[in-house]
Design a protein around this ligand. Structure first.
Ligand code: CP
Length: 343
């Protein structure tokens, strides 16, 4: 492993591992499955299910280092990526993950769908269901949209971010990145800082990290702090310095201007001065702290460029790990059931 956690080219050139199981998936994961058809949120998952996904991600990451990064596990499965909100990382990494598992994929976005003509999500879902896809990956601006989809569709539903509610695969890739870097999650101080009220990433991460025993602190302006945020099992403070002091992990959240009507703070310049992550603030954390951001970033608003691009940043590792995490989720929801039926 290189210092930034990436594999060297020598490691990457390794052929399919001895002991590779059926369909090119390592033997150790071939029989694994999640006993559910949907991934709607972290709130539904047990700690054991979360560990299963993270452990399976290790094996899926290995496939990404092979000369041929493709296994036939989901051959014959059809997966629809239905994105009603903009996305770069999530949509692309789901599509790469699906292709690596040999699924047939198709992408539908708002601009290319009949939503433009006034069709409802329920009617869109029923029309897609009539064409018998195996799974639908949904991003939508309304909280609960994926739950509606799962009630309508026989196909498995995967939440790729619903409004201000949940973004489960983001939290899973964040947890995988933390575990890979720190070797554990239990007992770590994780500071989540920024626009808390509009953040589905906060809700999914708070749920996951507290289930796995992390000490989670959250910080942001009072106007961007959800009322009763402590009920998520986190410690809340309006002082970023208090939140990041002694932290093992600092996770910055984007200021979501597109979800704001009216002013939540005086100016972007003032926001950066009070809540922006600067080198000086990073120095309050543990010497080996890692800096995370789900992206897209507002440089100079919630994070300084020298921090985003600096030696403690794992932001691009998060993006890389997103492919393996989504492969694990797809495999455990669909491939795992297939293996069980064939056994
Ligand atoms: N982190 C995340 O969800 O990024 P995208 O909006 O680009 O998918």
């Amino acid at each position: 492993m290189s210092p930034n956690g990436a594999r060297s080219s020598a490691e990457g050139a390794a052929p399919v591992a001895p002991g590779a199981g059926r369909d090119g998936v390592p033997e150790i994961v071939a029989a694994r499955r999640l006993r559910r058809k949907d991934l709607l949120g972290i709130a539904d998952l047990t700690p054991e299910e979360i560990h299963l996904i993270l452990d399976t991600t290790d094996a899926m990451k290995e496939i990404g280092f092979r000369p041929i990064k493709k296994v036939p596990t989901l051959r014959g499965k059809t997966i629809v990526n239905l994105f009603f909100e903009p996305s770069t990382r999530t949509r692309t990494s789901f599509e790469i993950a699906e292709k690596r598992l040999s699924a047939d994929t198709l992408n539908i976005s708002t601009s290319t769908s009949s939503v433009q003509k006034g069709e409802t999500l329920a009617d869109t879902a029923m029309s897609l269901e009539a064409m018998a896809p195996d799974m639908i990956v949904l991003r939508h601006s309304s909280s609960g949209a994926c739950h509606l989809l799962s009630r309508i569709c026989r196909a498995g539903s995967i939440n790729a971010g619903d409004g201000m509610h949940e973004h489960p695969t983001q939290a899973l890739l964040d947890a995988f990145t933390i575990r890979e870097r720190k070797g554990r999650i239990r007992g770590l101080k994780v500071a989540i800082v920024g626009d808390l009220v509009h953040s589905r990433v906060l809700r999914s991460n708070a749920s996951l990290l507290t289930k796995l025993g992390a000490d989670v602190w959250v910080s942001g302006p009072p106007t961007l702090m959800p009322p009763g945020v402590e009920r998520l099992g986190v410690t809340a403070t309006t002082s970023i310095d208090e939140a990041v002091k002694g932290a093992d992990v600092i996770m910055m959240l984007r200021v979501q201007l597109e979800r704001m009507q009216g002013a939540f703070f005086p100016s972007l310049r003032e926001y950066f001065s009070v809540f922006g992550l600067t080198d000086a603030r990073v120095r309050l954390a543990k010497p080996d702290a890692i800096i995370m951001h789900p992206g897209p970033m507002n440089r100079g608003v919630e994070i300084a460029s020298e921090v985003a691009d600096g030696p403690y940043s794992v932001i691009l590792e998060q993006v890389s790990n997103g492919v393996a995490v989504r492969m694990a989720v797809l495999f455990l929801l669909a491939g795992g059931v297939e293996h069980e039926a064939a056994a």
